[in-house]
Design a protein around this ligand. Structure first.
Ligand SMILES: [Zn+2]
Length: 320
C-alpha cells in the first residue's frame, strides 16, 4: 500500500519517532489570529503576506466575520480544520451567544474554505461555480496542503457548501448584503458588500502588498471584475491577502500587476522565449515591496505561459 503524506499525517505517526518530528511535536500548532475590528462589529483576521509554509500553517489569508446583532456572518474559513476551529473560538469570544447565520466561501481555493468543517454545514454558502470547483478539486487541494503544511492539516477534509448564492441582495440577521457573482481570479469569485457599513469583501479579486496568485486566472475577466469593484461605493475594502484598504491601492496594485504580467508574457512569447527564459525576466522595481513577488511571478509563468502559447501561436501547415 502506498502511504501518502496525507495518510501519514492522518495516522498521527508524523508526530512520533524521528528528530524532525520531535521538533515539530514540540512546536505548538496553534494559530495566533491577528483579529482587528475594521468597522463597527466587523472583524477581520489578517494572514501573513507569505506563501504556505510549516512556519505559518497556511495562515496567509484574510477571513472576516460580522456581528449583525441578530447573529454572525462569516466570510471565508481559512486553510484547515484547525484554523476554522480557532476562528470559531474567536467569533464566540467577540460575539458570545450569537448564532452563526451564514458562512460564505468567496471562491474554491483551499486557504479560503478548508476551515469549513468547523462551521454548521447548513450555514455554508457559495456561488455555483465555487461549489462545482470544490467538488471537483477540493480533495486534490487538501492533499496538496497536507504536503506543504503537514500536521497543521490533521483531520481536515473538504466540506462543500449546501447553499448556492448568486448576484443578489440578501438580508441576513436583519442586515442587507449585496452579493456580486464575478470571476477572473477563479471561474467564480463572490464579492460581498455589507450595505450597512460599506465594507467590501473581495476575496482574491484584490490583493494588497502581496503578489496575486494565478493558478486559475482568466486575466481579461479579472481586469473586468476590477472595473466593477472600482465602481462600488464603499468605506473600505478587505482584500483576500494584505491589509485593509480605505482607498484605491488594492485595486490599483492588482490591476498594475495583472496588466504587467499579461504584457510581459505576451512580449516574451512574441520574442520566442522559452517558458524558462520568460521566468528569468526581472521584476520592475515598483513590485519589490510586494510579498512573494518573485515566487508568484515564476508560478504565474508556469500557469499562464502554456495557455498563452496555445492562444497566440497559430499552427502552421507543414509544406510537403
Ligand atoms: Zn485564491
Amino acid at each position: 500500500m502506498r502511504l501518502t503524506r496525507r495518510a501519514f499525517v492522518g495516522t498521527g505517526l508524523a508526530a512520533g519517532g524521528c528528530a524532525i518530528c520531535a521538533a515539530a511535536r514540540a512546536a505548538p500548532l496553534t494559530y495566533d489570529l491577528d483579529i482587528r475590528e475594521i468597522a463597527p462589529r466587523t472583524f477581520a483576521a489578517f494572514g501573513a503576506r507569505e506563501t504556505f509554509s510549516l512556519a505559518n500553517g497556511g495562515n496567509i489569508v484574510n477571513t472576516a466575520f460580522i456581528d449583525t446583532g441578530a447573529g454572525v456572518v462569516v466570510i471565508d474559513t481559512g486553510p484547515s480544520r484547525r484554523y476554522g476551529e480557532t476562528l470559531r473560538a474567536a467569533i464566540a469570544a467577540k460575539a458570545p451567544g450569537k448564532p452563526l447565520l451564514r458562512v460564505f466561501n468567496t471562491h474554491h481555493h483551499p486557504d479560503h474554505c478548508l476551515g469549513n468543517q468547523a462551521f454548521p454545514a447548513a450555514t455554508l454558502a457559495a456561488s455555483a461555480g465555487t461549489i462545482d470547483g470544490l467538488t471537483r478539486e477540493g480533495e486534490a487541494f487538501a492533499s496538496g496542503l497536507y504536503r506543504l503544511i503537514g500536521d497543521w492539516m490533521r483531520g481536515t477534509h473538504v466540506v462543500v457548501p449546501q447553499v448556492t448564492v448568486a448576484a443578489s441582495v440578501e438580508v441576513i440577521g436583519g442586515r442587507r448584503f449585496q452579493l456580486f457573482d464575478l470571476g477572473g481570479h477563479t471561474a467564480a469569485d463572490l464579492v460581498i458588500k455589507d450595505m450597512d457599513t460599506g465594507v467590501v469583501f473581495t476575496g482574491d479579486l484584490a490583493f494588497l502588498d502581496r503578489a496575486p496568485t494565478t493558478p486559475h486566472a482568466d486575466l481579461p475577466r479579472w481586469l473586468a471584475a476590477l472595473d466593477t469593484l472600482a465602481g462600488l461605493d464603499r468605506s473600505a475594502l478587505l482584500p483576500g491577502h494584505g491589509p485593509l484598504d480605505r482607498g484605491q491601492a488594492a485595486l490599483d496594485q492588482t490591476r498594475d500587476w495583472l496588466g504587467w504580467l499579461d504584457g510581459t508574457l505576451r512580449e516574451a512569447l512574441a520574442r520566442g522565449e522559452t517558458m524558462n527564459e520568460a521566468a528569468l525576466r526581472p521584476l520592475p522595481k515598483r513590485f519589490s515591496a510586494l510579498g512573494v513577488a518573485q515566487l508568484e511571478y515564476e508560478r504565474s509563468v508556469m500557469h499562464l505561459y502554456p495557455r498563452l502559447e496555445a492562444q497566440m501561436l497559430t499552427p502552421v501547415a507543414l509544406v510537403r
